[in-house]
Design a protein. Structure first.
Length: 173
């Protein structure tokens, strides 16, 4: 009697993710040109993916799974404190693999340490995706006010970043 191996959708998804992660993270790292977002690779001019998912400086990273349990990866956000008058600009980076509906929400929380105001911005990651440098234009503007702003990134899947402080400059029109 022959043994038959049954490949389930979950097994296939895990194998595909295991194969895709090294490719997605190393191919763009083979930098050839220097672009506005840093080194770019030969695959569609994508920014250096390992670089955009590295915490430090003016960026936050939250790594973990989705509430649905079908997706896993990283969400990061870069903060530019020299945005529009009294505002900062958030640029999101998404590297989430899996299958089906992720149902993941990432929230950037901010508090102006000088003025005492606070706010948040939430994005939805509904499906697996690798999306570096997602800037939704007007919705990327955070009306933080001028001063030292404290930022933290969380997801409804339980991931969270460290806290950073970025200075938002007054408009110098």
């Amino acid at each position: 009697m022959r043994n038959r191996t049954r490949i389930t959708a979950r097994t296939f998804a895990v194998a595909a993710a295991a194969a895709a992660i090294p490719l997605a993270l190393t191919a763009p790292a083979m930098a050839q040109d220097e672009g506005p977002l840093g080194p770019t690779g030969s695959i569609g001019g994508l920014p250096n993916l390992p670089g955009v998912f590295a915490p430090g400086g003016d960026s936050l990273v939250a790594v973990g799974g989705s509430p649905s349990g079908t997706c896993w990866g990283a969400v990061s956000v870069g903060i530019n404190g020299d945005g529009y008058p009294g505002s900062a600009v958030a640029t999101w980076n998404i590297g989430v693999l899996g299958f089906g509906d992720c149902g993941l929400h990432a929230t950037l929380h901010w508090t102006n340490l000088d003025e005492g105001t606070s706010g948040e911005q939430t994005i939805a990651v509904d499906a697996p995706q690798i999306f570096p440098a997602r800037n939704d234009g007007k919705s990327g503007i955070l009306n933080t006010g001028v001063g030292d702003i404290e930022y933290t990134l969380t997801t409804d899947g339980g991931a969270h970043s460290d806290t950073i402080t970025v200075h938002t400059d007054p408009y110098d029109g």
